[in-house]
Design a protein around this ligand. Structure first.
Ligand code: DON
Length: 309
Protein backbone atom coordinates (compact mmCIF):
# COMPACT_ATOMS: atom_id res chain seq x y z
CA UNK A 1 0.00 0.00 0.00
CA UNK A 2 1.55 3.35 -1.03
CA UNK A 3 2.05 5.96 1.69
CA UNK A 4 -1.17 8.00 1.88
CA UNK A 5 0.46 11.26 2.91
CA UNK A 6 3.00 10.98 0.10
CA UNK A 7 0.34 10.26 -2.55
CA UNK A 8 -1.80 13.21 -1.39
CA UNK A 9 1.16 15.61 -1.45
CA UNK A 10 2.32 14.34 -4.86
CA UNK A 11 -1.13 14.83 -6.36
CA UNK A 12 -1.45 18.34 -4.88
CA UNK A 13 1.91 19.27 -6.42
CA UNK A 14 0.92 17.81 -9.82
CA UNK A 15 -2.34 19.75 -9.78
CA UNK A 16 -0.58 22.97 -8.77
CA UNK A 17 1.53 22.75 -11.91
CA UNK A 18 -1.24 22.06 -14.42
CA UNK A 19 -2.18 24.88 -16.77
CA UNK A 20 -5.76 23.63 -17.41
CA UNK A 21 -7.84 24.90 -14.53
CA UNK A 22 -11.45 25.06 -15.83
CA UNK A 23 -13.71 28.09 -15.46
CA UNK A 24 -14.62 29.64 -12.12
CA UNK A 25 -18.42 29.98 -11.68
CA UNK A 26 -19.62 33.54 -12.26
CA UNK A 27 -23.42 33.20 -12.19
CA UNK A 28 -23.23 33.78 -8.44
CA UNK A 29 -21.12 36.97 -8.61
CA UNK A 30 -19.45 36.46 -5.24
CA UNK A 31 -18.08 33.05 -6.34
CA UNK A 32 -16.25 34.73 -9.24
CA UNK A 33 -13.78 36.10 -6.69
CA UNK A 34 -12.33 32.62 -6.07
CA UNK A 35 -8.68 32.05 -6.98
CA UNK A 36 -8.51 29.69 -9.99
CA UNK A 37 -5.03 28.62 -8.88
CA UNK A 38 -6.20 27.26 -5.53
CA UNK A 39 -6.09 23.51 -4.99
CA UNK A 40 -6.66 21.53 -1.81
CA UNK A 41 -6.98 17.84 -0.98
CA UNK A 42 -7.78 16.10 2.31
CA UNK A 43 -8.08 12.37 2.94
CA UNK A 44 -9.07 10.83 6.28
CA UNK A 45 -8.70 7.07 6.49
CA UNK A 46 -10.53 4.54 8.68
CA UNK A 47 -7.96 4.93 11.50
CA UNK A 48 -8.46 8.68 11.53
CA UNK A 49 -5.14 9.49 9.84
CA UNK A 50 -5.43 12.85 8.09
CA UNK A 51 -3.44 13.49 4.89
CA UNK A 52 -3.48 17.06 3.59
CA UNK A 53 -2.17 18.58 0.37
CA UNK A 54 -2.12 22.13 -1.03
CA UNK A 55 -4.79 24.53 0.29
CA UNK A 56 -6.57 21.87 2.35
CA UNK A 57 -7.17 24.25 5.25
CA UNK A 58 -8.65 27.13 3.23
CA UNK A 59 -12.44 27.54 3.56
CA UNK A 60 -14.45 27.66 0.33
CA UNK A 61 -18.14 27.79 -0.54
CA UNK A 62 -19.43 24.21 -0.33
CA UNK A 63 -22.53 25.01 -2.45
CA UNK A 64 -24.22 21.79 -3.62
CA UNK A 65 -22.11 19.56 -1.39
CA UNK A 66 -24.43 20.82 1.38
CA UNK A 67 -27.17 18.78 -0.34
CA UNK A 68 -25.65 15.53 0.97
CA UNK A 69 -26.10 16.80 4.52
CA UNK A 70 -29.59 18.23 3.99
CA UNK A 71 -30.61 14.89 2.43
CA UNK A 72 -29.26 13.09 5.51
CA UNK A 73 -31.19 15.43 7.84
CA UNK A 74 -34.40 15.19 5.82
CA UNK A 75 -34.24 11.38 5.76
CA UNK A 76 -33.83 11.52 9.53
CA UNK A 77 -37.04 13.55 9.80
CA UNK A 78 -39.25 11.97 7.16
CA UNK A 79 -37.67 8.54 6.54
CA UNK A 80 -38.73 6.95 3.29
CA UNK A 81 -41.67 9.38 2.99
CA UNK A 82 -39.09 11.79 1.57
CA UNK A 83 -39.16 9.81 -1.67
CA UNK A 84 -42.74 10.87 -2.29
CA UNK A 85 -41.50 14.43 -2.75
CA UNK A 86 -38.33 13.75 -4.70
CA UNK A 87 -37.09 10.93 -6.93
CA UNK A 88 -33.76 9.13 -6.86
CA UNK A 89 -32.92 8.65 -10.51
CA UNK A 90 -30.14 10.44 -12.37
CA UNK A 91 -31.50 13.37 -14.35
CA UNK A 92 -29.08 13.46 -17.26
CA UNK A 93 -29.64 17.23 -17.21
CA UNK A 94 -27.88 20.26 -15.81
CA UNK A 95 -28.10 20.98 -12.08
CA UNK A 96 -30.41 23.96 -12.64
CA UNK A 97 -32.57 22.51 -15.42
CA UNK A 98 -36.33 23.11 -15.29
CA UNK A 99 -37.39 20.96 -18.23
CA UNK A 100 -38.11 17.64 -16.46
CA UNK A 101 -40.18 19.32 -13.77
CA UNK A 102 -43.08 19.93 -16.12
CA UNK A 103 -43.14 16.39 -17.48
CA UNK A 104 -42.85 14.95 -14.00
CA UNK A 105 -45.55 17.10 -12.34
CA UNK A 106 -43.25 19.14 -10.16
CA UNK A 107 -41.48 16.13 -8.57
CA UNK A 108 -37.71 16.62 -9.00
CA UNK A 109 -35.72 13.68 -10.32
CA UNK A 110 -33.31 13.49 -7.38
CA UNK A 111 -32.29 15.37 -4.21
CA UNK A 112 -29.09 16.77 -5.70
CA UNK A 113 -30.33 18.79 -8.67
CA UNK A 114 -31.35 22.26 -7.51
CA UNK A 115 -35.09 21.55 -7.68
CA UNK A 116 -34.66 18.39 -5.59
CA UNK A 117 -32.49 20.11 -3.02
CA UNK A 118 -35.01 22.96 -2.71
CA UNK A 119 -37.76 20.37 -2.05
CA UNK A 120 -35.56 18.69 0.59
CA UNK A 121 -34.86 22.07 2.22
CA UNK A 122 -38.60 22.76 2.30
CA UNK A 123 -39.14 19.51 4.18
CA UNK A 124 -36.50 20.43 6.78
CA UNK A 125 -38.10 23.88 7.13
CA UNK A 126 -41.66 22.66 7.76
CA UNK A 127 -42.76 23.38 11.32
CA UNK A 128 -39.83 25.76 11.90
CA UNK A 129 -38.77 29.33 11.30
CA UNK A 130 -36.13 29.73 8.55
CA UNK A 131 -33.45 30.68 11.07
CA UNK A 132 -34.17 27.56 13.15
CA UNK A 133 -33.93 25.30 10.11
CA UNK A 134 -30.71 26.95 9.02
CA UNK A 135 -29.31 26.69 12.54
CA UNK A 136 -30.11 22.99 12.53
CA UNK A 137 -28.27 22.43 9.24
CA UNK A 138 -25.24 24.44 10.36
CA UNK A 139 -25.06 22.71 13.75
CA UNK A 140 -25.30 19.31 12.03
CA UNK A 141 -22.22 20.15 9.97
CA UNK A 142 -20.38 21.50 13.01
CA UNK A 143 -21.22 18.27 14.86
CA UNK A 144 -20.11 16.03 11.99
CA UNK A 145 -16.85 17.90 11.49
CA UNK A 146 -16.39 18.36 15.25
CA UNK A 147 -15.69 22.03 14.56
CA UNK A 148 -17.82 24.91 15.81
CA UNK A 149 -16.00 27.48 13.71
CA UNK A 150 -17.82 26.39 10.53
CA UNK A 151 -19.97 29.31 9.39
CA UNK A 152 -22.09 30.71 6.59
CA UNK A 153 -20.48 33.17 4.17
CA UNK A 154 -23.18 35.86 4.25
CA UNK A 155 -21.75 37.66 1.20
CA UNK A 156 -22.18 34.51 -0.91
CA UNK A 157 -25.72 33.94 0.40
CA UNK A 158 -26.70 37.56 -0.36
CA UNK A 159 -25.10 37.36 -3.80
CA UNK A 160 -27.10 34.24 -4.65
CA UNK A 161 -30.31 35.70 -3.29
CA UNK A 162 -29.88 38.74 -5.55
CA UNK A 163 -29.23 36.65 -8.66
CA UNK A 164 -31.03 33.34 -8.02
CA UNK A 165 -33.77 33.85 -10.59
CA UNK A 166 -33.59 30.30 -11.88
CA UNK A 167 -33.91 28.79 -8.45
CA UNK A 168 -36.84 31.14 -7.83
CA UNK A 169 -38.41 29.82 -11.03
CA UNK A 170 -37.86 26.20 -9.96
CA UNK A 171 -39.28 26.84 -6.50
CA UNK A 172 -42.34 28.72 -7.76
CA UNK A 173 -42.98 26.01 -10.30
CA UNK A 174 -42.85 23.30 -7.65
CA UNK A 175 -45.06 25.41 -5.39
CA UNK A 176 -47.68 25.48 -8.15
CA UNK A 177 -47.82 21.67 -7.95
CA UNK A 178 -48.07 21.74 -4.15
CA UNK A 179 -44.64 20.14 -3.75
CA UNK A 180 -43.40 22.92 -1.44
CA UNK A 181 -45.22 23.49 1.86
CA UNK A 182 -43.61 26.75 2.95
CA UNK A 183 -43.54 30.25 1.48
CA UNK A 184 -41.16 30.14 -1.50
CA UNK A 185 -39.07 33.01 -0.12
CA UNK A 186 -38.50 31.19 3.16
CA UNK A 187 -37.48 27.93 1.50
CA UNK A 188 -35.16 29.71 -0.92
CA UNK A 189 -33.63 31.75 1.91
CA UNK A 190 -32.67 28.59 3.79
CA UNK A 191 -31.45 26.93 0.58
CA UNK A 192 -29.22 29.86 -0.43
CA UNK A 193 -27.75 30.05 3.05
CA UNK A 194 -26.92 26.35 3.38
CA UNK A 195 -25.26 26.45 -0.04
CA UNK A 196 -23.19 29.39 1.27
CA UNK A 197 -21.65 27.45 4.16
CA UNK A 198 -17.86 27.73 3.97
CA UNK A 199 -15.63 24.78 4.86
CA UNK A 200 -12.11 23.63 4.19
CA UNK A 201 -11.24 20.28 2.60
CA UNK A 202 -10.17 19.00 6.00
CA UNK A 203 -13.48 20.00 7.63
CA UNK A 204 -15.47 18.52 4.76
CA UNK A 205 -13.59 15.22 4.80
CA UNK A 206 -14.25 15.03 8.56
CA UNK A 207 -17.95 15.69 8.01
CA UNK A 208 -18.17 12.91 5.40
CA UNK A 209 -16.63 10.19 7.56
CA UNK A 210 -19.95 8.67 8.62
CA UNK A 211 -20.69 7.87 4.98
CA UNK A 212 -17.43 5.93 4.60
CA UNK A 213 -17.99 3.88 7.74
CA UNK A 214 -21.53 2.55 7.74
CA UNK A 215 -23.14 5.57 9.31
CA UNK A 216 -20.78 6.20 12.20
CA UNK A 217 -17.63 8.11 12.92
CA UNK A 218 -15.10 5.34 13.64
CA UNK A 219 -12.95 7.60 15.82
CA UNK A 220 -15.61 8.90 18.20
CA UNK A 221 -17.87 5.86 17.77
CA UNK A 222 -20.81 8.27 17.38
CA UNK A 223 -23.57 6.98 15.16
CA UNK A 224 -25.11 9.41 12.68
CA UNK A 225 -27.36 7.15 10.60
CA UNK A 226 -27.97 3.40 10.35
CA UNK A 227 -25.69 1.49 7.93
CA UNK A 228 -28.47 0.98 5.40
CA UNK A 229 -29.06 4.73 5.17
CA UNK A 230 -25.37 5.50 4.68
CA UNK A 231 -25.25 2.89 1.91
CA UNK A 232 -28.25 4.44 0.18
CA UNK A 233 -26.95 8.00 0.40
CA UNK A 234 -23.73 6.75 -1.19
CA UNK A 235 -25.77 5.14 -3.97
CA UNK A 236 -27.53 8.43 -4.74
CA UNK A 237 -24.17 10.24 -4.68
CA UNK A 238 -22.75 7.77 -7.17
CA UNK A 239 -25.64 8.00 -9.60
CA UNK A 240 -26.66 11.67 -9.20
CA UNK A 241 -23.86 13.53 -7.40
CA UNK A 242 -22.34 15.08 -10.51
CA UNK A 243 -25.53 15.83 -12.49
CA UNK A 244 -25.05 15.11 -16.19
CA UNK A 245 -21.39 14.39 -15.41
CA UNK A 246 -22.23 11.51 -13.02
CA UNK A 247 -21.49 8.77 -15.56
CA UNK A 248 -18.12 10.27 -16.41
CA UNK A 249 -17.25 10.65 -12.71
CA UNK A 250 -18.13 7.00 -12.02
CA UNK A 251 -16.17 5.92 -15.08
CA UNK A 252 -13.03 7.87 -14.16
CA UNK A 253 -13.06 8.00 -10.35
CA UNK A 254 -15.32 5.12 -9.34
CA UNK A 255 -16.51 6.54 -6.00
CA UNK A 256 -19.72 8.09 -4.70
CA UNK A 257 -19.15 11.83 -4.87
CA UNK A 258 -20.91 15.16 -4.60
CA UNK A 259 -19.71 18.32 -6.28
CA UNK A 260 -20.45 22.00 -5.73
CA UNK A 261 -20.04 25.02 -7.99
CA UNK A 262 -17.57 26.45 -5.46
CA UNK A 263 -15.22 23.79 -6.90
CA UNK A 264 -15.39 21.30 -4.05
CA UNK A 265 -16.06 17.56 -4.26
CA UNK A 266 -16.73 15.20 -1.36
CA UNK A 267 -15.91 11.61 -2.33
CA UNK A 268 -16.42 8.48 -0.27
CA UNK A 269 -14.28 5.34 -0.46
CA UNK A 270 -16.54 2.96 1.51
CA UNK A 271 -14.72 1.32 4.41
CA UNK A 272 -11.53 3.17 3.51
CA UNK A 273 -11.69 6.95 3.58
CA UNK A 274 -13.54 10.22 3.32
CA UNK A 275 -11.98 12.56 0.75
CA UNK A 276 -12.48 16.25 -0.03
CA UNK A 277 -10.91 18.12 -2.90
CA UNK A 278 -11.20 21.74 -3.98
CA UNK A 279 -10.23 23.61 -7.10
CA UNK A 280 -12.57 26.45 -8.17
CA UNK A 281 -12.32 26.00 -11.96
CA UNK A 282 -15.26 23.98 -13.31
CA UNK A 283 -15.92 21.79 -16.33
CA UNK A 284 -18.91 22.13 -18.66
CA UNK A 285 -21.21 20.25 -16.22
CA UNK A 286 -20.34 22.62 -13.35
CA UNK A 287 -18.08 20.12 -11.55
CA UNK A 288 -14.51 20.87 -10.44
CA UNK A 289 -12.17 20.19 -13.36
CA UNK A 290 -8.97 19.51 -11.42
CA UNK A 291 -10.93 18.06 -8.51
CA UNK A 292 -12.12 15.22 -10.71
CA UNK A 293 -8.67 14.71 -12.23
CA UNK A 294 -7.07 14.62 -8.78
CA UNK A 295 -9.61 12.09 -7.51
CA UNK A 296 -9.02 9.93 -10.57
CA UNK A 297 -5.28 9.95 -9.83
CA UNK A 298 -5.89 9.19 -6.13
CA UNK A 299 -8.22 6.24 -6.66
CA UNK A 300 -5.95 4.82 -9.34
CA UNK A 301 -2.82 5.01 -7.19
CA UNK A 302 -4.52 3.61 -4.09
CA UNK A 303 -6.76 1.09 -5.88
CA UNK A 304 -9.82 2.64 -4.22
CA UNK A 305 -12.40 2.57 -7.02
CA UNK A 306 -15.45 0.62 -5.83
CA UNK A 307 -15.36 -1.15 -9.19
CA UNK A 308 -11.94 -2.72 -8.61
CA UNK A 309 -8.34 -1.92 -9.49
O1 DON B 1 -28.38 26.76 -6.49
C1 DON B 1 -27.30 26.93 -7.04
O2 DON B 1 -27.20 27.15 -8.23
C2 DON B 1 -26.06 26.85 -6.16
N1 DON B 1 -26.33 27.37 -4.85
C3 DON B 1 -25.57 25.44 -6.03
C4 DON B 1 -25.34 24.76 -7.37
C5 DON B 1 -24.23 23.78 -7.36
O3 DON B 1 -23.37 23.80 -6.52
C6 DON B 1 -24.17 22.83 -8.49
N2 DON B 1 -22.99 22.01 -8.38
N3 DON B 1 -22.13 21.66 -9.06
Amino acid sequence: MPDLDLVVKEIAEEMRQRPDRGEVATYIPELARADANAFGLAVIDADGNVALGGDAETPFSIQSISKVFTLTLALGKAGDRLWQRVGREPSGSAFNSIIQLEYEHGIPRNPFINAGAIAVTDLILSGHQPREALGEILRFLQFLADDETIAIDEAVAASERRTGFRNAALANYMKSFGVLENPVDFTLGVYFHHCAIAMSCRQLAMAGRFLAHQGRNPTTGRSVVVPERARRINAVMLTCGHYDGSGEFAYRVGLPGKSGVGGGILAIAPGKASIAVWSPGLDASGNSHLGRIALEALTKRLGWSIFGA
